[in-house]
Design a protein around this ligand. Structure first.
Ligand SMILES: [Zn+2]
Length: 283
């Protein structure tokens, strides 16, 4: 195990080499049980929907950005289309006619098959009662070899000294989220049960990272479009203009991340379009 870790190129980038001991079997069992009982995370993304005493607009299955009704309906449908297409491509399609709970449970499980599974990632890592300094190094090491898109967003944290596990989880979640995410930010570390043993909170962190990786992957993908690209592009632009107008009519400065969530596109894509629209004096 240690030889594996040391020979791993990405691991060598880290200054501290450690070996941690994991009870892998227990981890896997715990992950599976958790999935059966309830949904710790949004079916479509990595945000927590665990019960922390605050509902914050979440539903039983989705975070407030992916609810299937209301203002997020379009974002929900767009993401769903892309996710379903990807699952189908990987022969992991879920029957749309299944009862809702069974369908979402299956999707929730299959999403993790689109990346390195948290249980496999965990099996490459072991931990005992080591403190957060070494645990965080081990987790960043895991991110670096297992979840490249997530690594891009978190690598600046490598070398950071964390006060405790709450501090680590809060900082990690902040790195993944956006500043205007009023749902995820208030509950950060609480949603990962960091008050509990490493055997509980570390698998939750890894699962969140895996789900984040898939979310980034799907979000970056181009939609399989029914019509011509041009027609869809015009539709998307018109929609962004309409959202911006609505914001401005209420005297609110439009936030591009929120617009992106509403139209089901990445903030980067929306930023490009927004700047184009600005040049055309449309927003
Ligand atoms: Zn979500």
């Amino acid at each position: 195990m240690l030889v594996d870790l040391i020979s791993n190129e990405s691991y060598n980038r880290l200054s501290i080499l450690i070996q941690i001991h994991v009870k892998h079997q227990n981890q896997t069992k715990r992950l599976t049980n958790m999935n059966k009982k309830n949904f710790n995370f949004c079916v479509f993304c990595w945000r927590s929907i665990a019960n922390t005493g605050k509902r914050l607009g979440r539903t039983q299955y989705f975070c407030s950005l992916h609810k299937s009704t209301g203002a997020t309906k379009t974002a929900h449908e767009n993401y769903k289309r892309r996710l379903y297409a990807t699952l189908k491509l990987k022969k992991l399609a879920v029957d749309d006619k299944l009862p809702r709970h069974n369908r979402y449970t299956k999707i929730y499980e299959n999403v993790l098959k689109l990346t390195i599974s948290p249980s496999y990632a965990l099996s490459r890592m072991t931990f005992t009662s080591l403190g957060i300094a070494k645990q965080s190094v081990a987790i960043f090491s895991l991110i670096s070899w297992a979840y490249p898109l997530t690594y891009k967003k978190t690598k600046y944290l490598i070398g950071t000294t964390f006060k405790d596990k709450e501090d680590f989880a809060d900082t990690l979640i902040s790195a993944l989220t956006t500043r205007d995410d009023q749902e995820t930010l208030p509950i950060r570390s609480a949603s990962l049960e960091v008050g509990k043993d490493a055997e509980i909170w570390i698998p939750l962190v890894i699962e969140m990272l895996a789900r984040h990786e898939v979310f980034e992957l799907i979000s970056e993908m181009e939609l399989r479009r029914g019509g011509t690209n041009r027609g869809k592009d015009i539709e998307l632009r018109n929609r962004i203009v309409a959202i911006v107008k609505e914001y401005k009519s209420q005297g609110i400065e439009p936030v591009q991340k929120e617009i992106a969530a509403k139209v089901g596109r990445t903030p980067q894509r929306v930023s490009v379009i927004y700047n184009e629209l600005k040049k055309q004096n449309r927003v």
